[in-house]
Design a protein. Structure first.
Length: 419
């Protein structure tokens, strides 16, 4: 037993409610259990409890043992003066004043056993053996909540961007776009690179693809070696000129090449990012205007210049292969950059149609394939769209890994399920 579980049991009244009495023998009737308080003070507020012949309105505090009241020094805290009932798992110490209700003999052993099984499961998710028992309607409602939580949480990073760039939405979009071109290994480095190049400077040179490549590769620290090929030498010269003109300082963090496919090399991703900037005009404004997903895809459907058709890095020449931004990468950009930005902007300007559009686009994009979605698929969970895959990623990383079964709709269903 722990306090989180005991709070859960009290909140949803998962105990025998018949003939309740305090430890002093006073009859108890729970009119309203109260609202869980996640801030400082008693665990539940705005409760209504009838004790004996008197109906009380106030707070409820939940502890494992009665003695925890004094151990936590609540007797000296004015925030706890409004407590009308002290709910404990086990009564171990007589105290004067606040009525005490002990739940130890009132809680179903079946519920405790189910909770123990979930908490101690050595599996991909705690409910791995039971998830098939959850009705689709419950799972679908839960996924709707998960996708909202995920978009809101991603929006917090955008809020951090907004504070740092004085609420410049297009600049925030540029930072997030660059970050996701570097995912997963070079995300931080690409974001730092983007922050080091102000958007007005980028816009000033957007018509010259070589200057854009020089800016991005140079600020990422990838033009500091000695090259034999004329093209990287030219990029070095361009960057040296721009660096001196704008007092640019390359990022300190390393950019990684190891353990990735050549198509994901940072040189290729930065060349593709340069092409996106080169081919776009007011990109974030365009995204706000577009209502069709296919129109968004076209904004990122760009190729690279001829040098990159023969190279994956700045030194080694290879066989000819065009390296446009692929369909999978475009979907990744929409899922992890466009939709979170659209949702966050819609929330900031109070335009629900933008938030709804972000969710609708996630529904229209094929599901992502990664380690998490493969595991869920193996358990029989149907994953059709990016909305499904993003929801399940949120569930696994924010609920399953952290054993937050009491806050999970799936966990709640399984705990209260009789069989």
């Amino acid at each position: 037993m722990n306090e989180q579980l005991l709070q859960y049991i009290w909140q949803f009244q998962y105990f025998n409610l018949r003939d309740l009495v305090t430890i002093d023998g006073e009859p108890v009737c729970i009119i309203k259990a109260g609202t869980l308080n996640r801030n400082q003070g008693p665990d539940f507020e705005n409760a209504r409890i009838r004790i004996g012949e008197t109906t009380w309105a106030g707070a409820v505090e939940v502890h494992l043992k009665t003695s925890d009241w004094n151990r936590h020094q609540h007797q000296h805290d004015k925030n706890y003066r409004k407590v009308i009932l002290h709910v404990v798992y086990e009564h171990d110490e007589w105290q004067s004043g606040i009525p005490v209700l002990e739940l130890k003999t009132l809680i179903s052993r079946s519920l405790l056993k189910k909770y123990y099984v979930l908490m101690n499961a050595q599996a991909f998710i705690p409910c791995e053996r039971q998830i098939g028992k959850v009705p689709d309607i419950i799972f679908n409602v839960w996924k709707s909540r998960l996708i909202a939580e995920r978009l809101i949480r991603k929006g917090r990073l955008i809020q951090v961007y907004q504070k740092k760039n004085k609420h410049h939405w297009a600049e925030s979009f540029w930072w997030l776009l660059a970050r996701n071109f570097g995912v997963p290994v070079n995300a931080d480095a690409f974001e730092s690179m983007a922050r080091s190049i102000p958007l007005p400077l980028l816009a000033k040179h957007k018509n010259q693809i070589q200057q854009l490549e020089a800016l991005l590769l140079g600020q990422a620290g990838l033009l500091q070696e000695t090259f034999d090929d004329p093209y990287p030498k030219m990029l070095q010269r361009e960057y040296a000129f721009l660096q001196k003109k704008y007092n640019l300082v390359p990022i300190a963090g390393p950019v990684h090449f190891l353990r990735m496919r050549p198509g994901n090399f940072p040189t290729i991703r930065l060349a593709q990012l340069a092409s996106v900037v080169h081919s776009s005009v007011h990109l974030f404004s365009k995204i706000l205007e577009k209502t069709a997903l296919q129109e968004i895809r076209l904004l990122f459907k760009v190729g690279t210049n001829d040098f990159w058709n023969y190279h994956y890095n700045l030194k080694e020449e290879g066989l000819f292969k065009e390296k446009p931004v692929g369909a999978s990468m475009i979907n990744n950009i929409i899922v992890n950059t466009v939709c979170p930005m659209l949702f966050a902007y819609g929330d900031a300007v109070d335009k629900n149609e933008l938030k709804e559009r972000a969710v609708r686009w996630l529904e229209d994009i094929p599901a992502e394939k990664n380690a998490i979605t493969k595991e869920f698929s193996a358990l029989g969970v149907v994953i059709k769209s990016a909305l499904d895959s993003q929801s399940l990623i949120e569930q696994q990383t924010r609920y399953c890994e952290e054993r937050q079964c009491l806050k999970c709709t799936v966990g709640n269903y399984l705990l209260k399920k009789e069989k």
